[in-house]
Design a protein around this ligand. Sequence first.
Ligand code: PMP
Length: 423
Amino acid sequence: APSVCAPLPVLGRDVTVPLVTGGEVTYAALDYAASAPALQRVWDDVAAYAPYYGSVHRGAGYLSQLSTDLFENARRTVAEFLDCREDDQVVFTRSTTDSLNLLAAALPADCRVFVFETEHHASLLPWRGAQVTYLDAPRSPREAVETLERALADRDPYGPALVCVTGASNVTGELWPVRELTAAAHAHGARIVLDAAQLAPHHQVSVAGLDVDWVAFSGHKLYAPFGSGVLAGRADWLRAAEPYLAGGGASRKVSRRQDGGVDVEWHDSAARHEAGSPNVIGAYALASACKALTEAGFDTLVAREQYLVRAVREGLADVPEVRFLSLFGDDAPRVGVLSFVVEGWNSSHFAAALSAEYGIGVRDGLFCAHPLVRTLLGSDPQSQGACGSPEAAPGEKSLNAIRVSFGAGTPDEHVERFVRAVR
Ligand code: PMP
């Protein structure tokens, strides 16, 4: 049966790549979880605006004012896309990694941080100045909530605390119980930040509806080009913090003191953390992608993507050598991200063969989530290298995995070719 609707037009549809077996084939981009191809619509919007852009927030010239309007409208579009509360701030950053590092730099003194070991390194590692509690990998959504509740109950209830959790895993694609984790965090007086890098491209994220305190995501996974990201949410910690970068744009007033020093008044708005000339085209492109996804409708996008997830699962169900990786069980709800190992194969060789023989681009490795992938593979951390291509001796467990991921721009043919190739 055909899938439920046509894929959205994206860049790179017609790119052809050579095959080692001779001839060439159109490239099947099945690594959306790393970076999704930009929507054609986003590219067209950027091309229409590009001749008119100017630096924002400073110039009296017409194009400068136009750009300032577009930049601030982009902020409003993102706030609407995320269904933010009225007094939330939307800060433009470079990426999810940047957004979470910004929040880490804005933690109040003596803040405790709680994070599952299963997180992407962007969520696992930024909390360097804080006291961090790493929570063991849960094997069900309920266990995740119970684990968090236990850890929070053990802490000093009067100090500030932050929970950082992913909305959808970049390894298994599994959806995490964000609403329940948020309720648990709040019941224990903690705040929560949602890493929506993998969730926002696939599902409607409502900051107000989920009641999360902050959300972070990246433009390049949401069908916009590289270089833009967002941290959106509660203003209080952001306003109380030192600016993430010090410089023009973040400062409202700078004056020389009698004693020769310098006094600075920083902005209270999102500009406080956006010093320097901002990535106005990046913000504009990201907002264009938000609008395009909203117009396409997440119900339709989800239905189409779930059709493709089923096509992969069912197409490989009778191949016993293929083992999909999951924390919460094979049938747990997930986005269009699936990782697997193939018995008897080195994952890196397998991924290389998919590329060389079929023109299919997937990812192999530990996906910047080393503790999670090791847990899923049941492998010994001592025996592994870094993100590269560790070799498993014959008969040994795989040391890394293969990830296939797709989304709004994926034609059925790419997934069909993938299934055929793996078989
Ligand atoms: N969190 C998750 C769940 C991710 O999948 C990624 C990207 N792989 C990131 C954070 C980091 O995103 P970026 O590289 O755009 O900063």
